[in-house]
Write a protein that binds this ligand. Structure first.
Ligand SMILES: Cc1cc2nc3c(=O)[nH]c(=O)nc-3n(C[C@H](O)[C@H](O)[C@H](O)COP(=O)(O)OP(=O)(O)OC[C@H]3O[C@@H](n4cnc5c(N)ncnc54)[C@H](O)[C@@H]3O)c2cc1C
Ligand code: FES
Length: 264
C-alpha cells in the first residue's frame, strides 16, 4: 500500500558526473518499502512537469526511518530534482510496485546491474546481507568508467564483486552479461545452479541477455524492467509489457518479473 508524503530532504549530493544521491525521511516508506520497489517523485512543487518520475529505492534504513534514491540526470525532471535542498520537502508517492522475491532455498544470489540498474540492487544486497546464510555476488557493468556509479557501495555489501565496462576503462572489457558467463563457468567458484537466483536490473538488451543465460542454465532469474510511466499505479496501462500471461503493467505487476514470464 502506497502513501503520498512530503518527505524531508536529509541529504542530497552529487556522486558522479551526472549522478545524485538523495536521502529522504519517511517512517512509512522505510518501514514498508522492499528492494525492487520504487517511488514516484514530484520533482518540483509547481504544476510543471505534471508527471511524477519513477525512481527505485536504492537504500532503505528502517532504523533511521530514511531511504535513499540514486538517480541520473537525463532530462527536465531529473534536472529539476537536483535543486531539492537539504531541509526542504519532496512530494513522494510510494512504495510502489512489486519488488524482488527471496526464496530461502536459494543460497547463492547473483546481482547483475547495468548502468543505473545498480540502484535497486544495493537495497537488495543489503537485505540479503542482513538475512545472512547466502553468498552474494555483485556484477556491475557500464559503458565506460564515468558511467560506473556506486559500484563500491554494492561491492561492500556483497561477498564478491566484479566490474565490466564496454570499453575496458575499468574492470573487465565487455558486457556485464560476460561477467555472468565467467562466474557461472568458473570451475573454482563452482556455482551450484539449483541453489542460485539471479537478480538483474538494467537496459533491456542486457536483461534479455541475462534471461537467455539463466534460461540455458536453468537458473531462477528475476528482472527489474523499466518502461516510461505516467500514473505509476496501474491505472493508465501506459507501461504495459507483453508476458506469457498477457499484458502486465511494469508499475503495478512489476517492475520485478520472473525472467521466464517476459515475452521479448
Ligand atoms: C521502475 C523504475 C525505476 C527507476 N529507477 C531509477 C533509478 O533508481 N535511478 C534513475 O536514475 N532512474 C531510474 N528510472 C528511470 C527514471 O524514471 C527516468 O530516468 C526519469 O523518469 C527521467 O525523467 P526526466 O524528466 O529527467 O527525463 P525526460 O526524458 O525528460 O522524461 C520525460 C518523460 O519520460 C519519462 N521517462 C523518461 N525516461 C524514463 C525511463 N527510463 N523510465 C521511466 N520513465 C521515463 C519521464 O518520467 C517523463 O514522464 C526508473 C524508471 C522506472 C520505470
Ligand atoms: S504508468 Fe500507468 S499503468 Fe503503469
Amino acid at each position: 500500500m502506497a502513501t503520498q508524503e512530503q518527505c524531508q530532504v536529509l541529504d542530497h549530493k552529487q556522486v558522479g558526473p551526472r549522478y545524485f544521491k538523495l536521502t529522504l525521511k519517511s517512517h512509512y516508506i522505510s518501514t514498508n518499502g522492499e528492494p525492487g520497489q520504487f517511488v514516484n517523485v514530484r520533482v518540483d512543487n509547481g504544476t510543471e512537469p505534471l508527471l511524477r518520475r519513477p525512481i527505485s529505492l536504492h537504500r532503505i534504513n528502517k532504523e533511521h526511518q530514511t531511504f535513499e534514491l540514486l538517480y541520473e540526470v537525463v532530462g527536465e525532471g531529473t534536472t529539476l530534482l537536483t535543486k531539492a535542498t537539504i531541509g526542504s520537502k519532496v512530494d513522494v508517492l510510494g512504495p510502489l510496485g512489486s519488488g524482488f522475491k527471496l526464496d530461502p532455498a536459494k543460497k547463492i544470489a547473483i546481482l547483475v546491474g547495468g548502468g543505473m540498474g545498480i540502484a535497486p540492487l544495493a537495497a537488495l544486497a543489503e537485505k540479503l546481507k542482513t538475512l545472512g546464510g547466502r553468498a552474494v555476488y555483485a556484477l556491475a557493468g557500464a559503458r565506460d568508467k564515468s558511467c560506473l556509479v556506486c559500484e563500491d557501495e554494492l561491492a561492500s555489501l556483497a561477498n564478491q564483486s566484479v566490474v565490466a565496462t564496454d570499453d575496458g576503462s575499468q574492470g573487465r572489457k565487455g558486457y556485464v552479461s560476460d561477467l555472468l558467463i565467467d562466474l557461472l563457468n568458473n570451475t573454482v567458484t563452482q556455482i551450484h545452479y539449483p541453489e542460485t537466483a539471479i537478480y538483474a536490473c538494467g537496459p533491456k538488451g542486457m536483461l534479455k541477455a541475462v534471461a537467455e543465460i539463466a534460461g540455458q542454465k536453468k537458473i531462477a532469474c528475476q528482472l527489474s524492467l523499466e518502461e516510461k510511466m505516467a500514473c505509476g499505479i496501474g491505472a493508465c496501462l501506459g507501461c504495459s509489457v507483453m508476458t506469457i500471461n498477457g499484458y502486465k503493467t511494469v508499475c503495478k505487476d512489476g517492475p520485478v518479473f520472473d525472467a521466464k514470464e517476459i515475452s521479448w
